[in-house]
Each structure stands twice: as C-alpha cells, then as structure tokens.
Write a protein that binds this ligand. Sequence first.
Ligand code: PMP
Length: 400
Amino acid sequence: MQQSQFPILQSSVYGHPLIYLDNAATTQKPQSVIDALTSYYTSLNSNIHRGTHYLATAATERFEEVRRKVQSFIGAADRAEVVFTRGTTESINLVASSFSERFVGEGDNVIVSAMEHHSDMVPWQMACESKGASVRYIPFSDEGVLDLGAFERLIDSHTRIVAVNHVSNTLGTVNPVGGIVRIAHGHGVPVLVDGAQAVAHIPVDVQALDCDFYCFSGHKMYAPMGVGVMYGKRRWLDEMPPYQGGGEMIKEVTLEKTTYNELPFKFEAGTPSVGDVLGLGAAIDFMLAEGVANIGRHEMELHDYAVELMRTVPGMRFIGTAAEKAAVVSFLVGEAHPYDVGTLLDKLGVAVRTGHHCTQPIMDRYGIPGTVRASFAVYNTLDEVEAFVNALKRIAPMLM
Ligand code: PMP
C-alpha cells in the first residue's frame, strides 16, 4: 500500500507534513474511492429502483451489486439482511426504535455496556423511556475490560435485547462479542453489535458471531461519509415495523392503508445516497486487496511501537489497557488538559482527537474530562509513530 493512493496525506499542516492519527473518527479516502464518486456523478447519476431508462437501470444494478459485496464482506446469509443507512448512528436508531416498538414493553429491560459510544446508548435510553422500560449497564474494569460475570447477573426474563460495541472507540478494547452472544442467546435474548470501530480492522463474519444485528459506518472504512449498514437477521427484520415511511418502503398505498415492501426495502425509505454506496463498494475492494487481517496486523504493530515509545514521555498515563485491543491509544500527559495536548500536537502537524469521544460515561468512570486519542489506519507508518512521539516529547515540558 502506498500513502500516495491517499491524496490528502500529501498535505502539509503549519509547514509540517500531515501525520493523520484521527482514524477512529474517520479514515481518509483512497483515490479509487474518490474516482468511484466522480465517475458516478459524471456518467451514472440517476435515481434508482423506480426508473426504466438506461441510467436508472444501470445505477440500480451497481447499487445492488454493492449490497451483494457488503453481504459477502460481513458473511451475511442473505442480501436482504443488508440495509443501507446513513451510518452507524442511523443504523442503531433504526433498530432501537423499530425493535422496541415491536418487542419492548413496560417493565422490560435492555442491557448495554457502560463503554458504549453515545450512538449506542442514547437511542436505547430514548426507546426505553418511551416504553416504560429500563436500561442496565455492563460495568468494566480499570483496564477497560467488560465484567461478564456482572453481565450474567444483569440478564433476566425481562431482558429484551443486549447492545455492545465490538471495539471501544475510546478504550480500544476488543470485546468478546461471540461470548456475549452465547450468554444472551442462552437466555433467548438477541444481541446488537456496534461494529463502527471493528469492520476496518478485524475480519467480521456475522454468521460466525451469530449476532442478531451488526451496525457500521462507511466513512470509518475508507468509504465516503453518508453511508452505513444495518445488518439484521431476517427473523427479526421480518417482524420489525418500518422505521420511516415514504418512497421505496411501500408495496401499495391507498388513502386508507399502506402495505410494506419486502426486505431490505422496507427499511430504506427515500432516495439513498447512491454515489456514496458505490464509494463503499470501492472501499471494500480496496480493503479486500490489502486483506483486512493484514490491515489489523499492521495497525497493531504501529500501536505496540507507539505504546512502547510513549512510555518514555514524562507524565504519560494510558486510559484503556486491555489485553485484547485494537489500534487506539487514549492517553493523558500529567495534569494537562487533553485539549491543550491536541492543540500543541496540531501545530506540529499531528492530527489526534481530544475530548470525551462521545463516551461521557467512560470519562465519568475514570474521573477525567477527556483523553487524547491516537488511532491508526492502513496508511500510517513506523516513521509517523516516531514523529508523533517526538512531537509529544517536545511539547511535554510546556505542559508540566
Ligand atoms: N459507535 C462507535 C463505536 C463509534 O466510534 C462511532 C463514531 N465515532 C459511532 C458509533 C457513530 O458513528 P457515525 O457517527 O458514523 O454514525
């Protein structure tokens, strides 16, 4: 893989070559993805599914081809189980709203982990509030490991669904989702996995995991913003009511009553972001050419090297030190505010994220205002890791 495949990585920031370590927020896009977008808008743009003319038919075929590509990428049994959304947040809101409408009632509970992104916590709080149900939280250790014993004690005959992330965007923990699914299924409870931070780093097979829902965003896996996926097992999707009403999700509308389209269209109301979906197809091609497992291995090599070098920075404190981790390093330097660390690094050309990373309950758990987060992708290099840590060492005395 050449960094030159990613045009933005050739940029300079404040006179320094850009070192982009904010990949958990969004990855940069390879030229092939940018080309897929340009070529869609220069030669294929048309609204899909409803047209009979050449462009409409061609665009529809390409759109449905990407659905098959996603199906195979995540190992889904049926392409009708792949629903296109705007991203993870919309995917989870869809499930929280529609699943709860059908399956959650007064006095029931939903279990989520205490390390969820707000996008996998707030929709459940909202759904439970409207249904008179409650949310229960799986606690985690100081290292950032979920307490599965506590999870088993939380689950009971009123638990309707469990929602947990595959990889924590703040702690980097890779959660044992297969084990969580086995425990939940032992109680007849389905599991939603938030895969936003996993799909670009770990080969995912939804049938092997046996999860009931798997949600992710294109833009964190080299695809454009504006497209994501909600995978759901047909047995649930068949029973869940539509999330939004409008075009494409209907079979027939009369003034009195509407009947709904078959899967997956029942959950795809309105014109989708066709160009972005085609960009997602190009991003999957890019990842398959690299090999997802190879990408993950490369990133962990960078992660381990970064952690080793960072230990020599005065005042370094890591937040999230689980044995099973993805390539996310959250840290603090002495008593310095994460925002100050991020701002100084930025002036040296290093892009990291600072703040609560949409996981305020994690910050409360550790009693900190936020962290600085460096996260790695396929195009990062060992030289960049060294430059990042050298920049940290340079700014550390200013922060003490
Ligand atoms: N879940 C996790 C674990 C995430 O990291 C993110 C993005 N930071 C989301 C959900 C939300 O993703 P999006 O903003 O693309 O909908």
